[in-house]
Design a protein around this ligand. Structure first.
Ligand code: FAD
Length: 354
């Protein structure tokens, strides 16, 4: 029997980040993961963007979360010797004159100033996109090449002998007085980081997931850029090509790319882009999103040795580093959990089914 502190189920973005910070805190960890191509983390574009949405507002908790992003992925790059962090400005063209004048004053306000590199009063990127009214150039932004990040970190976990390629079978969990037993392992905690599979999880299916499918195109324009363009959709440089995304579908939760997805993306793309392009690939994934758009983090209301770190939704790259550290402090230092992400906010749903 091997004794560890924490068993982690899943090595997507959530499981990787949590495992790393647990190990940093001195915990013995064992990861069980089934590597499959159809996961949110492998499908994702991996963008981190401090100003989002149609109304262009600072993203939730940006001032806490954004300072952690680049240092974490850089640290993982030096740990693994691989490159996957691409710190790039994001350019958001203005749609109206009113928006342009609002941003001219907003950009110098102390709460926005750390995220705004420049305000362009006139078109500056024609030949790439249509931006007749100018736009804002964001900083503290870019993307993480998640497939490379996951392969590199998996290799690291294998070298540390903490990784097992295996489907974790919840029916084999045995509850003990001060932890759980699973096959040849004993652990104090078992934490599920099972992503969009979580809504089928026997212990956490009562949480209000709202999974959402997204589709991405890979296009060739023959032209290079070091800027991500973003308005309605993103056009993100990736090697010599661009990734274009993404769609939001709550009905079809398959990983199959569709004609409908492609035409939604192309319709938006044709309005924004100012260069000829050719679609070279298309894929889809399902985001582990939640009804209130906040992560699911914490311990099970009844089985206190079971936990969850998930529900990262559309913003896993930015949320994972900050909230993994937050959860590790809760587990190892007995600090309290932020109420906005603590799954106890939904305990009434658990009571209703138990
Ligand atoms: C099209 C698309 C575009 C996106 N774009 C962005 C973006 O630009 N920026 C951003 O921040 N986020 C983006 N996201 C969201 C991001 O992908 C997610 O927030 C994040 O990847 C979720 O990671 P996760 O580890 O929770 O889940 P997952 O990536 O799904 O990982 C879960 C892992 O657990 C494993 N697993 C599950 N059950 C078991 C079991 N029983 N036994 C063993 N292993 C198990 C799975 O096989 C998988 O490896 C996008 C998502 C999609 C689909």
């Amino acid at each position: 029997m091997t004794t560890v502190d924490v068993i982690i189920v899943g090595q997507g973005l959530a499981g990787t980040t949590l495992s790393y910070y647990l190990m940093q805190a001195g915990c013995r960890v064992q990861i069980f993961n089934r590597s499959k191509p159809e996961t949110a983390s492998r499908a994702a574009a991996g963008l981190y963007n401090p100003v989002t949405g149609r109304k262009m507002v600072k993203t939730w908790r940006a001032d806490d979360i954004f300072p952690q992003i680049e240092p974490f992925y850089r640290e993982m790059e030096s740990l693994t010797g691989q490159k996957f962090l691409y710190s790039l400005p994001i350019y958001r063209p203005f749609l109206t004159n009113a928006e342009r004048s609002d941003w001219s004053s907003q950009a110098v306000q102390p709460d926005y100033q750390p995220y705004i590199a420049k305000v362009y009063q006139q078109s500056s990127f024609s030949g790439f996109i249509h931006d007749p009214l100018g736009g804002i150039l964001l900083r503290q932004s870019g993307y993480v090449d998640l497939p490379t990040f996951l392969s590199a970190t998996q290799q690291y976990f294998r070298e540390q002998a903490v990784y097992q390629e295996e489907i974790f079978d919840v029916t084999r969990i045995r509850f003990e007085n001060s932890g759980i037993q699973y096959k040849d392992y004993r652990a104090r905690w078992l934490i599920f980081c099972d992503g969009s599979d979580g809504y089928r999880n026997a212990f956490f299916h009562w949480l209000p997931y709202r999974p959402v499918k997204g589709e991405i195109l890979l296009i060739d324009t023959g032209k290079k850029s070091n800027i991500v363009f973003n308005r309605g959709i993103f056009i993100m440089p990736f090697a010599d090509l661009y990734k274009v995304g993404s769609t939001y579908d709550h009905q079809d939760l398959t990983f199959t790319p569709t004609e409908k997805g492609r035409s939604i993306l192309e319709e938006k793309l044709n309005k924004l882009i100012d260069m000829p392009y050719r679609v070279v690939d298309q894929w889809a994934g399902v985001r582990p999103a939640t009804q209130d758009r906040r992560p699911f983090i914490g311990l099970h209301p009844y089985h206190k040795t079971l936990g969850i770190f998930g529900g990262l939704g559309t913003k896993g790259v930015s949320l994972a580093p900050y909230f993994a550290q937050h959860f590790v402090q809760f587990l190892t230092k007995n600090t309290s959990l932020d109420q906005e992400i603590d799954i106890h906010r939904f305990e009434r749903f658990y009571q209703a089914i138990s």
